[in-house]
Design a protein around this ligand. Structure first.
Ligand code: SF4
Ligand code: SF4
Length: 295
């Protein structure tokens, strides 16, 4: 039954124009103030209360959205809404900073870690790494780790992989930081022409950390300016936009999970290389990663 549900999800992603996935900011609030994050620096409309949020998620499910990606802020500041999402959707993924723990619900947790202890704490605040990893060790099911590569952590990836290889996780996936066209300030994104060096290094490290490495050559090619990047790096061509609707915490739609100003020409979203490697190139490892990640 589970296998059938997963196969149906992949089929609709690949062969129908149906929007089967909702990306929902389930809360505006976060307990951290990460240096690389725009979230806590911007004003937002008030979030839906619990009753309205449950009704909203139910309406999305009734419209055929069987998969949901739950974001914040920090979703676990609303544990009841995480639990509701896990009941309403067939394939819930919940992104978390890990500091609030992992509850025993029917969802796949995606834990954001930016580096090994020193680098992670320099970005997310003192004690953030220990809190997240302490909770990770007690998690009722193995999380997937997600790391966004920026100028702040690009030289810490091997140390991170070494740390993660001793932890109970399913694997680790990588995004590149996606800058905004409307926000100004320090640019921590990796220039497109430098991505190849980092990807080559990760593929080299894959030989040692193959058990957890969520990157294949086909996926790396999607990020690369000299390969397939230009096939999807616009709002018109973005495969995520084709299968997924994104919503603010008040239920209003937004064009991209990174916000209205996301610069598609420098997109670093990990899900697109994974999707394209699996669906367009039938990369068996990418298919296996999706199989393990979705409920
Ligand atoms: S935990 Fe996530 S939402 Fe909160 S400040 Fe950090 S990056 Fe932003
Ligand atoms: S920035 Fe957003 S809309 Fe643009 S390509 Fe990336 S995921 Fe798609």
């Amino acid at each position: 039954m589970t296998l059938l549900k997963k196969a149906r999800l992949l089929y609709t992603w690949a062969f129908t124009g149906n929007k089967t996935t909702a990306a929902i900011d389930i809360t505006n609030n976060c307990n951290l103030k990460c240096t690389h994050c725009y979230w806590w620096k911007e004003e937002r409309p008030p979030e839906l209360d619990d009753t309205a949020m449950i009704k909203f998620m139910g309406s999305l499910r009734a419209r055929g959205m069987t998969a949901a990606i739950i974001y914040g802020g920090e979703p676990m500041l609303r544990p009841g809404m995480c639990e509701a999402a896990s009941r309403i959707f067939d394939h819930p993924l919940i992104f978390t900073n890990g500091t609030q723990g992992f509850s025993a619900i029917n969802a796949q947790w995606i834990l954001s870690l930016d580096g090994a202890r020193v680098v992670h704490d320099s970005i997310r605040g003192s004690g953030a790494f220990e809190a997240a990893v302490g909770n990770l060790r007690k998690a009722p099911r193995k999380p997937v780790v997600h790391t966004t590569i920026t100028s702040q952590n690009r030289y810490n990836l091997e140390e991170l992989l070494d740390t993660l290889s001793g932890l109970p996780i399913k694997g680790v996936g990588f995004s590149f930081y996606t800058p905004s066209k409307i926000r100004t300030g320090e640019d921590i994104s990796i220039p497109l022409e430098e991505r190849g060096l980092i990807l080559d290094e990760l593929l080299r490290l894959r030989k040692k950390y193959w058990r957890i490495m969520g990157l294949t050559r086909t996926m790396a090619d999607q990020f690369s300016r000299n390969s397939e990047f230009s096939k999807w790096n616009s709002i018109e061509k973005c495969p995520v936009s084709k299968v997924c609707n994104c919503y603010n915490a008040d239920g209003t739609p937004k064009p991209c999970t990174y916000g209205a100003g996301a610069d598609c020409s420098q997109c670093g979203c990990a899900s697109i290389p994974l999707y394209r490697a699996a669906i367009r190139h039938l990369d068996p490892l990418a298919l296996f990663m999706i199989y393990r990640m979705v409920n």
